[in-house]
Design a protein around this ligand. Structure first.
Ligand code: GLY
Ligand code: MN
Ligand code: MN
Length: 439
């Protein structure tokens, strides 16, 4: 993302905020892993969205119409001895020159400077609760201003949730964002292909995960967008299975839900395929129900349709399929109405996708499902998860299937960004047979 993209985003926020206002956005805290080991730092998505600045201990301040510049970035000072141990810091000069801040001050000066910036503004855009350690500081600065009203200082009268404005902006992807998402999607497709080629009875699930991570990193994605799910057989029926520590068995399916993060943008793909390369008849029958449901849902992704139409389409095809295979019995319409599919399909058909895998943006507006518009990106991910209830024939037991693609809403319909990852039964079997022959 270039500097102009970040400047454009700040400009849009400034327009939404209006006059006499100030936005304050602290960076995410560093997360401790164990004792003196921290997790690799990943800036909060909103923070990166506005600044492209990825250092901890920083605060973005935006003041529409401020004569000396609308964008102030507080960050750590340069410090050679600290940088020798912990890495490079941009400092105040870098904040201005590299990251386009109009002004930059040391983070240690925040308490001295921020009350003065808040003074005289009517509205403060700040989200309580995101960085709990920062909330009391905001409260203290506001209290200080209120207490000083006798000296003629004016304290803000309104606190408005900053996230709400940013979430709306982030829901509509710019061409630069779509381009990053395309790259994340392409790399993730390659990783799923690699996993299919690698899969073999007797290998461990985490060995497949290693192949996926290798493919991500080789193509400049330093991290998955979320912990990869690699579940063989019954593990595929655990929706958030991330242990990935079982040996893969003959005649089981492998469910992989994995996506790369590229330049802060996520892909989110699920593919399910036979570990030994060949679907059994019952696996294939159920798989094709899920695939048909997914295609029916994707067909509902177009401008003017509402958010829930894809889910409704998926539910209809899944329920009809379960009925046809004898996993449900009764009348289709009443089964749908009574949500009988929920024993086998307990999650929803998708979510917004962007900088966060479960991205921001409201799903309902004024109590109604949101209408889709060009530039939105969402996942379409129906599944079926049959455990081993007594009333279900054994041939269906522990088949877990999900098929997930990332879909961009275009002016005329949609584009599946993750189409390069095979999902037809024939395609998957051919790809795996070829890999087996080459071993
Ligand atoms: N990978 C998380 C999800 O599919 O929602
Ligand atoms: Mn998803
Ligand atoms: Mn997923």
């Amino acid at each position: 993302m270039n500097k102009k993209e970040f400047a454009k985003r700040r400009q849009r926020l400034i327009e939404l905020m209006g006059e006499n206002s100030i936005a304050v956005l602290p960076s995410a805290p560093i997360a401790n892993r164990n004792r003196d080991v921290d997790y690799p730092y990943r800036a909060d998505s909103n923070f990166h969205y506005l600044s492209g600045f990825d250092e901890p201990e920083s605060v973005i301040v935006i003041i529409p119409g401020r004569p000396h510049g609308e964008y102030i970035l507080f960050c750590r000072e340069r410090d050679l001895s600290k940088e020798i141990w912990d890495g490079y810091r941009a400092g105040q000069e870098g904040a201005v020159e590299t990251f386009g801040a109009d002004d930059s001050y040391p983070i240690t000066d925040l308490d001295d400077i921020l009350p003065g910036l808040l003074e005289g503004k009517e509205k403060v855009f700040y989200t309580m609760g995101n960085v709990p350690s920062f909330d009391p500081r905001i409260v203290a600065w506001l209290q200080h201003l209120r207490g000083a009203s006798r000296q003629g200082l004016q304290s803000p009268s309104e606190i408005i949730e900053l996230d709400h404005s940013l979430n709306e902006l982030r829901l509509y992807k710019s061409s630069a964002e779509i381009s990053a998402m395309r790259t994340a999607a392409e790399i993730s497709c390659q990783a799923h292909i690699r996993a299919m080629q690698f899969s073999q009875v007797g290998k461990w699930e985490y060995q497949v995960e290693a192949e996926i991570i290798h493919e991500f990193m080789k193509h400049d994605c330093r991290s998955p967008a979320y912990p990869s799910i690699v579940g063989g057989g019954e593990n595929g029926c655990i929706l958030h299975y991330i242990e990935n520590n079982h040996r893969m068995k003959n005649n089981d399916l492998l469910l992989i839900d994995a996506g790369a993060e590229y330049d802060y943008y996520a892909a989110d793909i699920t593919r399910t395929f036979p570990i030994n390369g060949k679907f059994t008849p019952s696996q294939k029958a159920l798989y094709n129900v899920v695939l048909d449901a997914q295609k029916a849902a994707i067909a509902e992704v177009k401008p003017g349709n509402h958010w829930n139409q894809a889910h409704e389409a998926a539910v209809r095809v899944l329920t009809a399929g379960l009925l046809e295979l004898g996993l449900l019995s009764g009348d289709l319409e009443s089964l749908i109405e009574q949500e009988k599919y929920r024993d086998f399909y307990m999650h929803r058909t998708g979510h917004w996708l962007g900088m966060d895998v479960h991205d921001v943006g409201d799903y309902k507006v004024g109590g109604e499902w949101r209408l889709l518009e060009a530039g939105m990106v969402l996942t379409v991910e129906p599944g079926l998860y049959i455990r081993n209830p007594d009333n279900i024939a054994k041939k269906w037991h522990f088949i877990g299937i999900r098929i997930e693609d990332d879909v961009l809403v275009t002016k005329t319909g949609n584009e599946v960004l993750t189409a390069a990852a095979p999902k037809e039964v024939d395609e998957i079997e051919a790809l795996m047979a070829e890999a087996q022959a080459a071993r």
